[in-house]
Design a protein around this ligand. Structure first.
Ligand SMILES: C[S@@+](CC[C@H](N)C(=O)[O-])C[C@H]1O[C@@H](n2cnc3c(N)ncnc32)[C@H](O)[C@@H]1O
Length: 598
């Protein structure tokens, strides 16, 4: 661009005239020149914001404004944003450029964060909605896709069928992810993505399909030739980015040839992504080629990609990371939040989770010691919702009892798993009986009673269902001897711990909250009394860890429960421990009678 042209644009902008920046997307270098010139003349950036607010601007203009803004002092941008009146603020939600520019803010600012959340929660334009989430991720580190999933869940779910009809819309793309569980991917999503990919002519839709396919690891060679054609013809930064990202996400040896060709590209983005692709291919890459390129490279951005790539190819640390990603980052959505108890389906994974909770049995020992001090003679102990037998095993190993230990659960998979443990560990030398039953229906044979009923993370089976809570408690009351006790172990219901933070971050639920503190308070308030059953707290605020033996086990289990993004974060931070804040309730027949008004 000639200096004269730049000057015309600058003078136009000073008068609020946006025609000159609406014709096309201006290159980064020229936008920087424009910004520098404006800054020299003490330009008031609220003029740019007013252009967005008052004029029905096109995509080019919006992009150019965003890219000019990024070069200004962010205090000025935030000041200008604050000056926008409340009733006009909503018009800014539609601006992709403005949302993008906020993501470049070099420091964490509450105003910026608040605005971006407003866009995610209220924005109608899917593209700015999407951009706001990625901007927020850049500033706060909070995962963009999870924020988008949460927003869709809270503010308007769409049917999977409807969203597969139009994948040019980013909200539909996220909705597909919300539905992306293994069977649905295979039966519905995969065939429909292929069909749309082959028939669609819309670049926007094709790119979204490529992005989705990359993320779900469905991108394959058959999509490659059409993608390469688009790559050659497109001028869109986003298109190039997502095509290469899909290839990087699931790197196949066949891409080696293309990544190597792209190394010669004049386009810095393509070159950088080709390097990232080679880095992901690891051992299959000739590292001397990368070293030679690094020697000759001058651009700092490319130098950083090349030096990183050399490490990723050469060093085993990164090979191991890649291996974990391939093996364990397979669940799009975590199974823990699902109301349908899906996360219990794989008992062996559940067992690893359960064993990792309070591995030193601090909570069980508290219970055990009180049983001893109150001299309670344990007869026919019952472990309600036994799962893979965590509490039952403690009883088997530590408590002498008369009669039979009943381990009750409604999941056959859990009981089958526990049965195998019993055989392996020879637990059958004590009297133990596994019973497939709902908590509310379980009866001890011959009308016998129990003096010790416990439930670890199992009572009530659905805390939000008042009727079920009542029926389950009634049954516990009936099962209990006159001198018996009913003990529950679980959250202390403050939800104020590391593990709940993970829940907040990675499990999109229906709680509308802007941050963890707000979320946990709302969760706390949704429970009226201990276990929502007016039970009696014995101890709260017991801090015990969820602690895994190895990183691999952590990624496997947590990836299964919290989804792939959680697993990725864990891998990057090498985290194997989360504090949990637990509580124990303790009731006898008398207190239960009071609760049930007997
Ligand atoms: C969070 S797990 C707890 C398992 C085990 N007590 C532990 O501490 O690891 C909850 C268990 O409750 C079982 N469950 C869910 N609803 C139930 C019901 N209505 N009756 C009996 N068991 C139920 C599930 O199958 C699962 O095994």
């Amino acid at each position: 661009m000639e200096d004269k042209e730049i000057l015309t644009i600058v003078n136009g902008l000073k008068n609020g005239n946006h025609k000159s920046i609406s014709k096309s997307k201006i290159s980064e270098t020229n936008l920087l020149k424009i910004a520098d010139k404006l800054k020299e003349d003490n330009f008031d950036i609220s003029i740019l914001i007013n252009i967005i607010l008052h004029n029905n601007i096109n995509e080019n203009c919006d992009w150019n404004i965003g890219s000019i803004l990024q070069h200004f002092d962010y205090n000025e941008i935030i000041g200008a944003l604050q000056n926008v009146s409340q009733n006009r603020r909503g018009y800014l939600y539609d601006s992709i450029g403005f949302c993008w520019a906020l993501g470049e803010c070099p420091y964490k600012n509450e105003q910026v964060i608040e605005f971006l959340y407003e866009v995610i929660n209220n924005g109608r334009n899917s593209e700015s909605w999407w951009r706001a989430a990625f901007a927020l991720e850049k500033i706060t580190g909070k995962n963009a896709i999870n924020n988008l999933k949460r927003s869709l869940k809270n503010y308007g779910a769409i049917s999977l069928e409807d969203s597969l009809e139009d994948l040019s819309d980013k909200k539909n793309v996220i909705n597909v992810l919300l539905h992306a569980n293994s069977n649905v991917i295979r039966e519905v999503i995969y065939p429909r993505l292929k069909e749309r990919f082959n028939s669609s002519n819309s670049e926007k839709e094709l790119v979204n399909i490529i992005w989705l396919s990359g993320r779900l690891r469905l991108y394959d060679e058959s999509m490659l030739s059409k993608s390469l054609e688009i790559l050659e013809t497109t001028s869109s930064y986003e298109t190039k980015y997502y095509i290469l990202q899909a290839m990087i996400d699931d790197p196949k040896t066949i891409y080696l040839k293309y990544f190597r060709e792209f190394l010669d590209s004049d386009d810095k983005l393509i070159k950088k992504m080709a390097i990232a692709g080679l880095a992901e291919l690891g051992a299959k890459v000739d590292v001397t080629e990368l070293e030679r390129l690094l020697q000759n490279e001058k651009s700092p951005n490319v130098i950083s990609s090349l030096s990183k790539a050399i490490y990723m190819v050469k060093n085993n640390y990164f090979a191991e990371e890649r291996n974990y990603i391939r093996k364990y980052m397979v669940n799009e959505n975590g199974l823990i939040g699902d109301d349908s108890d899906k996360w219990y389906a794989d008992a062996s994974i559940y067992n690893l989770f359960s064993e990792a909770e309070d591995p030193e049995n601090v909570c069980f020992n508290i219970i055990f010691n009180r049983l001893l001090s109150e001299k309670i003679r344990v007869m026919n102990p019952v472990d309600l919702a036994t799962g893979t037998g965590r509490a039952a095993k403690f009883i088997l190993n530590n408590i002498s009892y008369d009669g039979t230990l009943y381990a009750v659960d409604y999941s056959k998979q859990m009981l089958e798993y526990f049965e195998r443990t019993i055989n392996r560990q020879k637990y059958y030398v004590k009297d133990i009986h596994l019973q497939h039953s709902k908590i509310e229906d379980f009866k001890i044979p011959n009308g016998e009673k129990s003096s010790f009923i416990i439930s670890s993370f199992g009572f009530p089976s659905k805390i939000s269902d008042k009727d079920r809570c009542r029926n389950e408690l009634e049954n516990v009351f009936d099962l209990l001897t006159d001198d018996g006790v009913f003990v529950t172990l679980g959250w202390d219901e403050t939800f104020n711990d590391d593990l709940n933070n993970m829940w907040y971050k990675y499990i999109p639920d229906n709680i509308r909250a802007a941050n963890f503190e707000e979320w946990r308070k709302m969760r706390e308030a949704s429970i009226e009394s201990a276990r929502n059953c007016m039970l009696t707290w014995y101890k709260k605020n017991i801090k015990v860890p969820l602690l895994y033996d190895t990183l691999e086990e952590t990624i496997n289990v947590m990836g299964h429960l919290f989804g792939r993004d959680a697993a990725l974060e864990i891998l990057k931070n090498k985290r194997t421990m989360w504090w949990m804040s637990l509580g124990i309730t303790w009731d006898n027949k008398e207190s239960l009678a009071r609760i049930l008004k007997k």
